[in-house]
Design a protein around this ligand. Structure first.
Ligand SMILES: Nc1ncnc2c1ncn2[C@@H]1O[C@H](COP(=O)(O)OP(=O)(O)OP(=O)(O)O)[C@@H](O)[C@H]1O
Ligand SMILES: O=P(O)(O)OC[C@H]1O[C@H](OP(=O)(O)OP(=O)(O)O)[C@H](O)[C@@H]1O
Ligand SMILES: [Mg+2]
Length: 285
């Protein structure tokens, strides 16, 4: 039986969330310590554990059929791969940063500077787009140290909380790119592999959808039902069941995580009681 080969990060920021996502998709991986290749026990999937920088090349070459990697790495490596699905984790931005004492007012202030980065391709494109001439120093890690040791005037590196910049006396001045982990695929998949990928993507979408949604149950007096139902978006329309107590109903529906607090307030004002909100594990529409 043909298997789908997936490359994920061996260790680092994306490793745990990649394994977790596969697990949430019902795929069990026997993940032995230091094992660089393994198989799923209940899905035709072979898993390769690699350095994230190498993943786009492996996918382009078809050594791996698919992979989980940061969009930032896909764009830097310029390999021919399809971005199939954004995965909602590994969210960060690639930003320009300068020492706190640097009087920065616009991108023009980067003219004739030395910029240390692990993303020379993306930085070069950014500088070109902005008509700036600067010297790029490629370094593979600990980029934030570069200004402090006299290697560069500015840096371009990944930021999420900003604490690494802060700890190193730097300030963020330009966002070059926003990124998150993506599922990338080879351009030349066999039909059977494409079918397996479709199956996996179907599961990933159900998991993602469920994460953004909550299941809500509430009790309402029947005379307020219309008002309350009007507040609930629902997938189609809410389920309404009679309660044992005469004149009352139980209303069930789903809510988008983002609308959650606004709607809860309005529901209470409209007369809803005993509101329960529970997570949804999978959501297929
Ligand atoms: N601070 C962060 N917050 C969220 N996501 C991040 C952060 N830093 C990096 N990422 C994302 O996780 C990916 C992997 O980051 P990590 O720091 O583990 O890379 P690495 O050190 O190059 O790993 P490898 O050993 O695989 O080469 C990045 O390419 C980026 O997409
Ligand atoms: O804004 P923050 O939340 O501080 O995150 C930013 C840091 O995270 C990443 O490094 P990571 O910690 O993954 O270590 P690495 O340098 O070994 O890749 C990135 O290269 C930054 O250094
Ligand atoms: Mg790397």
């Amino acid at each position: 039986m043909m298997k789908l080969k997936i490359a994920i990060q061996k260790s680092g920021r994306l490793h745990d969330d990649s394994i977790k996502l596969l697990k949430e998709c019902g795929i069990d991986i026997n993940n032995g310590v230091n094992k660089l290749k393994t198989e799923a026990s209940n899905f035709p999937l072979e898993v390769f554990f690699l350095r994230d920088d190498d993943i786009p090349q492996y996918i382009e070459d078809g050594v791996a059929d698919i992979g989980i990697v940061g969009e930032n790495v896909v764009l830097e490596k310029k390999k021919q791969v399809n971005i199939v699905e954004k995965l909602n984790f590994g969210k960060c931005r690639l930003s320009m940063a300068v020492p706190k004492s640097f009087e920065y007012s616009s991108v023009k202030d980067l003219e004739n500077t030395r910029i240390a980065t692990s993303y020379p391709v993306i930085v070069q494109e950014f500088l070109q787009r902005n008509g700036i001439k600067a010297e790029i120093h490629e370094i593979s890690g600990s980029v934030e140290i570069a200004p402090g040791i006299g290697l560069a005037d500015a840096i371009c590196d990944l930021v999420s909380s900003g604490s690494t910049l802060f700890m190193n006396g730097l300030k963020e001045v330009e966002t070059v790119l926003k990124s998150e982990a993506v599922l990338a695929a080879c351009h030349h998949l066999q039909p059977e592999q494409q079918q397996l990928l479709d199956k996996l993507v179907f599961r990933i979408q159900a998991v993602k959808r469920a994460k953004n949604t909550k299941y809500i149950l509430l009790n309402a007096p029947n005379e307020k039902l219309n008002d309350i139902i009007g507040l609930l978006p629902g997938m189609k329309s809410p389920t309404v069941l009679p309660l044992a107590q005469e004149g009352w109903s139980s209303v069930h529906s789903v809510l988008n995580e983002n609308d959650f607090w606004d709607i809860i307030e309005s529901l209470k004002t409209a007369g809803a009681q005993g509101i329960l909100v529970v997570p949804i594990e999978k959501m297929v529409i």
